[in-house]
Design a protein around this ligand. Structure first.
Ligand code: ADP
Length: 246
């Protein structure tokens, strides 16, 4: 399965949130799609015939916070509306984190892929220098390994992360905090962690305002509560959908 997510956050209190049917054409994505994940969702939902995870959308701006592949997949299947949860993006309890991709292959493979795409890289002698450069915005991301010499700065291309995760392929994994990502590298669970600067809600708004998207699997919107699953038959969402009986 592509894109395993590792979460270090603990359990959250449960809250039942209101479900609203939303017009899919009005929604604004803020992340690119990953073909594998899109295929996976379409297979899953058409096999079961049930849609169980509502989309998460901002009330005012109609930005998709979670559910890009559900949104694109349902549209591809011919849906016009789908069940979602509308939330107030101003709410300070709604936080924004990012995902940190973990890589397990040899560095040469990644460097060759970046070079083939004309992406400039710079090797810095210490992890902290790489992390500082990302923090200050001087570098878009850093590929950080275990030893001092294995901190590599990717300088100028935000889409480099797509190339790196594609090169990692099936074994790609994402973790939810920078410290957890670095600890995976230090414990030898991963060879490299991709460290990026956290995004803000203003960044997300700005991106959608100009009709652009971040790389797939960039943001991680964090709600203070866990919310309910739903059970909506696919034929209620897609009028002429019929589950194939085998
Ligand atoms: P993104 O994470 O890019 O916003 P999604 O959250 O839409 O994209 O990713 C696909 C999600 O669809 C996965 O979290 C998966 O759990 C979910 N999913 C898989 N099958 C179904 C289904 N039958 N109904 C609802 N959601 C599903």
């Amino acid at each position: 399965m592509p894109g395993v997510e590792k979460r270090t956050e603990g359990p959250k209190p449960f809250r039942e949130l209101p479900i609203t049917w939303v017009a899919l054409s009005e929604l604004k994505p803020h992340e690119a799609l990953n073909e594998e994940e899109l295929k996976g969702f379409i297979e899953s939902v058409t096999r079961s015939g049930v849609f169980w995870l509502p989309l998460l959308i901002t009330k005012k701006e109609k930005i998709i916070l979670d559910g890009h592949h559900r949104w694109a997949g349902l549209r591809k299947l011919g849906a016009r509306r789908a069940p979602g949860i509308l939330i107030d993006y101003e709410d300070p309890e709604i936080n924004l984190g990012i995902w940190f991709p973990l890589l397990t292959k040899e560095i040469g493979i990644f460097l060759a892929a970046l070079e083939n795409n004309d992406i400039k890289t710079q090797i810095v002698p210490e992890r902290q220098l790489a992390l500082n450069a990302v923090q200050s915005g001087n570098a878009k991301m850093a590929i950080v390994g275990k030893t001092k010499e294995e901190a590599i700065l990717v300088l100028d291309d935000p889409l480099a992360v797509d190339i790196l995760t594609k090169e990692e392929g099936e074994s790609i994994c994402y973790i939810d905090t920078e410290s957890a990502a670095l600890s995976e590298v230090d414990r030898g669970e991963a060879r490299f962690a991709i460290i990026r600067k956290p995004l803000t809600k203003a960044d997300v708004r700005q991106k959608t305002d100009i009709g652009e998207v971040f790389a797939a699997k960039s943001t991680r919107h964090i709600l203070p509560w866990a919310y309910q699953k739903i059970e909506v038959k696919l034929e209620e969402i897609i009028p002429n959908f019929h589950l194939d009986e085998e």
